[in-house]
Unconditional design. Structure first.
Length: 747
């Protein structure tokens, strides 16, 4: 029977070959995307592991190790044009220090090791924009085993023990950390691998489910003719087991060919995939690997699933081969088909205020809920289609509309099946766009203020290190302030001083929170941070100036009884420098400030500080774009295959209608309405469900409010629906070819 099944698969005519190729192509697309997701999860984990050593001064807690001389270690986050630089200052205390990965020795004072990307920047950028922050000579490149990404900017700078011993955040370590950022409390470098795994899993689910619809649609091509062929075999003596084997061979061959093509597609596109940043950093191509379990699960699971699906699809033939030729109106779908959809939404609603503690728990909770919702949309679709078709038939007197409404009401499953892929794509598109847009808006509203985005801040407050907390530094000399003010692009400068007077911050809910002190003349030069009350010379201001600080009701700042001359002698907490935003000017000022205060926190702009709260959004926005751009074409393919297959299966009844005098134009209107009505109903339900699911997910996971997507979503959705209507229109000319008199005669 297997040999016969192979012969029927490859030599049963053009329809069989076309069905085989389309099914294999659909499987290949699904397998390729599934492998990409699995490999991306593995690559994210590898990236996270290689970030671990960069945070040694925050995670290493072991005591002295025999035979190992401790190293003074200081990790800080630097920036260039908004890109993060991991700077590690080291100073060995003996001849046998622990070595970070990627270097053969620790750099001597006045030298440094740099990642290839940073070494290129050091060569290309003017010294006063970058290299002057890293005094000394680049004596070697950091190996890739220490770099999360080909684009990673990392420097290991040699210092003397005496220099780092007097730096607050530096500490002695005897072991290079191996704790990834996901498990590190307070790490300054790296991406949360667990969070990205959650996002990747949800994105993969959103893409794969429409692909499964495409595969199912492809396998139903010429379903009527296949059922008749297998029914004829049953009538001449074939057993149910034999017909099941024949069907399983056909489906398994198509799935196996598609799975092999999917593996080939993945490995062919792997270099391009590596260049696509999911975590704000590109992957190394070698990181996109598949484990043995991944390969076996996909290579064996896909053909087995295809065989099971074929067995289920043949249930009518197995039960009654004669029933295949006796076409009767199937029983109408019942209202309870909407229950799975409601259950999926209820599952998301349950987790509002009850978010699972672990990332794995969140993955299972939200992924299962979205899968149930998508399956619920497919399961409820026929009932919704039937309800809409009956309403349409009751309210029309036009023949084409009446025929289309009656046909849809008689067999709503077939009507909805043609557009189910697009319905799922619209749900996925809506949910992805709404979730990402809401996350971006909420985070940016929380952090971002454009009027102070290009302000550089040097922070002298320290919360780590053996002598922390420290919250001040000696006041700057007038000559240093004049030097900063004289730099090109500097618009103003404010020194934020400590508060030895104990003046409370006037707008705080906590009465114990002390204000910072600022010179009103200086404050007037740094717009965006408010203004002093009339007549005040020194004001009580927030203890820190950051981009999220609200304005309006907090202004003006009240004066305090301190003279500017006395204030100049009080230690400072922050140095705030307003710039014109020009990249070269900002980097030159940053370099000057970094060299003025080499042991303090490196200068950062407020926009860069904002990005610490929103850094993962860039990768998530790109993932949402991928979901949208992949889902809609897949749905269009499903619609095209379903529309062509539906015409092929119904060519005999349409031929008979033409023989009875029904105009071809009326038949085209009937076919168009049979697809357009379910499409519009499904689109309305899918988009509404997408917004509701996004709202529940945001409330459950982040406590955010739902924000309307931007114009791009509406443009993509409109283009998707227009493309769907174009696909429907493109199939209508086939009616003239498949409904001729010879079809009625031959069938």
């Amino acid at each position: 029977m297997i040999a016969l099944g192979l012969r029927l698969t490859f030599r049963a005519g053009r329809d069989a070959v076309v069905r085989l190729l389309i099914t294999a192509a659909a499987v290949a697309l699904g397998v390729g995307l599934l492998l990409t997701t699995l490999a991306s999860v593995n690559a994210t984990r590898a990236q996270s592991d290689r970030n671990a050593w960069l945070n040694t001064s925050f995670t290493e807690r072991s005591g002295p190790r025999p035979g190992v001389d401790p190293v003074w270690w200081l990790t800080r986050a630097d920036n260039i044009d908004g890109e993060l630089i991991a700077r590690i200052d080291v100073a060995p205390t003996g001849p046998n220090p622990p070595l970070p990965p990627g270097v053969s020795r620790l750099p001597a004072p006045g030298t440094l090791f740099a990642s290839p990307a940073l070494a290129e920047l050091l060569r290309d950028r003017p010294h006063d924009e970058l290299a002057d922050r890293y005094p000394g000579t680049v004596v070697g490149l950091i190996g890739r085993e220490a770099l999360p990404s080909p684009d990673s900017l990392v420097a290991v700078v040699g210092r003397t023990p005496d220099e780092l011993a007097h730096t607050v955040d530096a500490r002695q370590v005897s072991h290079v950390a191996d704790t990834p950022p996901s498990s590190c409390n307070g790490c300054v470098v790296g991406v949360n691998e667990q969070g990205m795994t959650l996002v990747l899993t949800v994105a993969a689910t959103a893409i794969i489910v429409p692909i499964l619809v495409l595969i199912g649609t492809a396998t139903r091509l010429a379903a009527t003719r296949r059922e008749q062929r297998f029914a004829a075999m049953r009538l001449v003596g074939a057993t149910p087991r034999q017909t099941a084997v024949l069907s399983a061979v056909e489906s398994t061959v198509a799935a196996a060919v598609g799975a092999a093509a999917g593996f080939a597609l993945f490995y062919l596109l792997r270099p391009w995939i590596a260049g696509f940043s999911f975590t704000t950093d590109r992957f190394y191509t070698s990181d996109l690997v598949l484990g043995t379990g991944d390969i076996l699960a996909v290579a064996l699971g896909v053909p087995v699933a295809a065989a099971v699906a074929a067995r289920v699809a043949l249930r009518r033939v197995q039960i009654s081969p004669l029933g295949v030729t006796r076409r009767v109106t199937p029983p109408p779908p019942r209202w309870y088909r909407v229950l799975p959809l409601v259950a999926g939404l209820a599952e998301l609603g349950y987790f509002v205020g009850r978010r699972p503690v672990t990332v794995n728990g969140q993955i299972w909770a939200y992924t299962s809920a979205f899968v149930v919702i998508m399956l619920g949309l497919v399961y409820a679709g026929p009932w919704l289609t039937m309800a809409g078709a009956r309403a349409m038939a009751r309210r029309t007197g036009r023949p084409a509309v009446l025929i289309a409404g009656r046909r849809l009401a008689d067999n709503p499953k077939a009507g909805f099946r043609a557009i189910s892929g697009l319905v799922l794509a619209l749900f996925v598109t809506t949910a992805a766009a709404a979730i990402v847009q809401s996350m971006a808006d909420n985070e940016r509203n929380r952090f971002h203020r454009r009027d102070v985005a290009d302000v550089l801040i040097v922070d002298f407050t320290h919360q780590r290190g053996p002598r922390a907390p420290q919250d001040s530094a000696p006041p700057p000399a007038t000559a240093l302030l004049d030097q900063v003010r004289g730099m090109p692009g500097v618009r103003g400068l404010t020194v934020l001083h400590t508060n030895p007077l104990g003046v409370p911050y006037p707008y705080a809910d906590d009465p114990q929170l002390l204000a910072g002190l600022a010179d009103c003349t200086q404050l007037a030069t740094t717009s965006g941070f408010g203004e002093c009350a009339s007549g005040a010379r020194v004001a009580a201001v927030p203890p820190e100036f950051d981009g999220w600080m609200p304005t309006g009701r907090l202004m003006p700042w009240p004066g305090v009884d301190v003279t500017p001359e006395r204030l100049a002698d009080i230690p400072m907490r922050q140095l705030v420098v307003a710039t014109d935003g020009d990249t070269h000017h900002v980097e030159r000022v940053r370099t000057l400030l970094a060299t003025m205060y080499p042991g303090e926190g490196l200068p950062t702009t407020i926009s860069e500080r904002d990005s610490w709260g929103t850094r993962d959004l860039a990768g998530q926005e790109r993932l949402a774009e991928v979901v949208i751009l992949v889902s809609l074409p897949i749905a269009a393919c499903s619609l095209a295959v379903a529309a062509a297959g539906g015409l092929a299966d119904r060519k005999r009844p349409f031929s008979l209608l033409r023989l009875t005098g029904v105009p071809l134009g009326m038949l085209r209107r009937v076919v168009g309405l049979e697809t357009v009505v379910p499409l519009l109903l499904g689109a309305a339900v899918a988009t509404g469900t997408g917004f509701l699911a996004a709202h529940l997910f945001l409330r459950a996971q982040l406590g955010y409010a739902l924000e309307a997507p931007d114009a791009g979503y509406y443009l993509v959705t409109g283009v998707g629906l227009a493309a769907a209507l174009a696909v429907i229109a493109s199939t209508l000319p086939l009616l003239a070819r498949v409904t001729g008199p010879e079809t009625a005669r031959n069938e």
